[in-house]
Design a binder for this molecule. Structure first.
Ligand code: ADP
Ligand code: MG
Length: 325
């Protein structure tokens, strides 16, 4: 009697509740998520640096792969941070996305499996890529070289996540031409929305001229600090502007998330029970379960990218968000 009371009390501590939530989430991780009928190519973009693009790319990708999906991360940032976080060697001699974009090498020749996570693959970026922005200018079909490489890649994939550099140059344009969806991570801090209008206008330009199926499907709030009013205000403002696109799950500021890359790991393998890992699992679940809104809101499963008219109006209205805070 007394024992069970004690156990009840222990069960009711915050730590016990967190542990229970972790066990549930990890349990669910094995359950699998819907497999899209066609590969979802998601461009993770925001020309601001340090907003959580790379962190979100690798952790969302790992979470999707842990649900049994086949996922490829394309590192398109010369810094190679996504490659580092996935434990992929990316010193100058490693065959990389540079060889694909500039030399026309097939994607299959540069894809590497991620050791810790089954079903997860990575195309690394090396420092060579820093020159690609300029080298691409004089090449044929300079905007669509990544798109062509992906189209020619024959391995079955459920998701391709492209981690963009913090700029809107030719590398990011290549990603936008190759993609079907754009995922914008937004850091919950002052100036969060500044520059967003420019990104949205670029998406519109690429949609109008180069890739009619492109649309902003997802906005993810990152580094959310529940203790500050500012974070709550920014989150509120973003949710008001982008009602459809913002995921319910916001990623909290978490030391575990920021530590993981220095061990060549995602937070999902580094500390699977941490709130950071759980929030990325939940965000990935939301992403996978969401109906693809393009073409009138059919369900995700069964959607094909061909023939989708894409969606412009709701996001286009937000093209003036810049500076509006
Ligand atoms: P970007 O790719 O947009 O430049 P990163 O994903 O590299 O941004 O994140 C910038 C920095 O913030 C990195 O040091 C990263 O470890 C850290 N960081 C990202 N997300 C979180 C988070 N939720 N909590 C704590 N630190 C984070
Ligand atoms: Mg980055």
């Amino acid at each position: 009697m007394q024992d069970s009371e004690t156990i009840d009390q222990i069960d009711d501590t915050p730590i016990a509740r967190a542990a229970q939530a972790a066990v549930q989430a990890i349990g669910r991780a094995g359950e699998g998520l819907p497999r899209p009928a066609a590969t979802r190519v998601i461009v993770v973009a925001n020309q601001k640096g340090g907003v959580g693009k790379t962190t979100s790319t690798v952790n969302m990708a790992a979470a999707l792969a842990m649900h049994g999906l086949r996922v490829l991360v394309v590192d398109l940032d010369p810094q190679g941070n996504a490659s580092t976080a996935l434990g992929i060697d990316h010193h100058a001699e490693v065959p990389s996305i540079y060889d694909v974009l500039v030399e026309g090498k097939p994607l299959a020749d540069v894809v590497q499996p991620v050791v810790d996570v089954e079903g997860l693959f990575c195309v690394p970026a090396t420092i060579d890529l820093a020159g690609a922005e300029i080298e691409l200018v004089s090449l044929v079909a300079r905007e669509s070289r990544l798109q062509r490489a992906i189209a020619a890649y024959e391995q079955p994939l459920d998701y391709i996540l492209i981690d963009c550099p913090p700029s809107l140059g030719l590398l990011t344009v290549n990603a936008l031409v190759a993609g079907l969806e754009v995922l914008i991570p937004i850091q919950c801090e002052y100036y969060a929305l500044e520059g967003l209008g420019q990104l949205l206008r670029n998406v519109e330009l690429v949609r109008a001229h180069l890739n009619p199926t492109l649309h902003v499907s997802t906005i993810l709030l990152t580094m959310y600090d529940a203790r500050t009013r500012l974070a709550a205000q920014v989150a509120e403002e973003v949710r008001t502007h982008f009602q459809q696109e913002v995921l319910h799950t916001a990623i909290p500021r978490s030391v575990r998330i920021s530590e993981a890359p220095s061990y060549g790991q995602t937070v999902l393998t580094y500390d699977p029970g941490s709130t950071g890992a759980l929030s990325y699992l939940e965000a990935a679940r939301e992403l996978a379960m969401r109906a693809v809104p393009a073409g009138g809101g059919g369900s995700l499963v069964g959607q094909q990218r061909d023939g989708e008219p894409g969606r412009s109006a709701p996001m286009a209205q937000h093209g003036t968000t810049e500076g509006n805070r």
